[in-house]
Ligand binder design. Structure first.
Ligand SMILES: [Zn+2]
Length: 145
């Protein structure tokens, strides 16, 4: 089943799987320390070895947003590898350099587009801040026509 273009991402896959393991291990720790205070007599086996999607969902409730987002990004990246969409900039559809992907396996944009996007985001944020500032009521002293 694996095609040659898929094979290309074996290294990235490994990185992603390792990241996922690390994240799950972190979660496992959190869940375990939480479980100690509860009376549920769950065996302390490797819960993630037998993790079903049901289990994932349960775990999801216990996770912080950051971990959840990370797991989500990992799964998404793996999915994109499977679908042959991985490593292509979503903006300009250029291939993202492997070096960048190794450093940032979730990257969805090439360096150029990413920095463009960041500039845009910074601008938008500034704009929103300014607008929020301006929307602060100044005591209703507006002139009436
Ligand atoms: Zn791009």
């Amino acid at each position: 089943m694996p095609t040659t273009s898929n094979k290309k991402w074996n290294e990235i896959r490994e990185i992603l799987h390792k990241l996922k393991d690390d994240t799950l291990r972190e979660i496992h720790k959190t869940v375990k320390s939480g479980a100690e205070t509860s009376t549920i007599g769950e065996p302390s086996g490797d819960i993630y070895d037998q993790a079903s999607s049901e289990r994932d969902r349960e775990l999801g409730l216990l996770l912080g947003d950051r971990e959840r987002e990370k797991l989500h990004s990992i799964d998404e990246a793996l999915l994109r590898i499977d679908e042959g969409e991985y490593g292509i900039c979503e903006e300009c559809e250029e291939e993202i350099p492997l070096g960048r992907l190794k450093a940032m396996p979730f990257a969805r944009h090439c360096v150029k587009c990413k920095s463009d996007l960041e500039k845009l985001q910074a601008q938008t944020r500034r704009f929103e801040e300014e607008r929020a500032y301006r929307e602060i009521p100044l005591g209703g002293e507006e002139e009436e026509a």
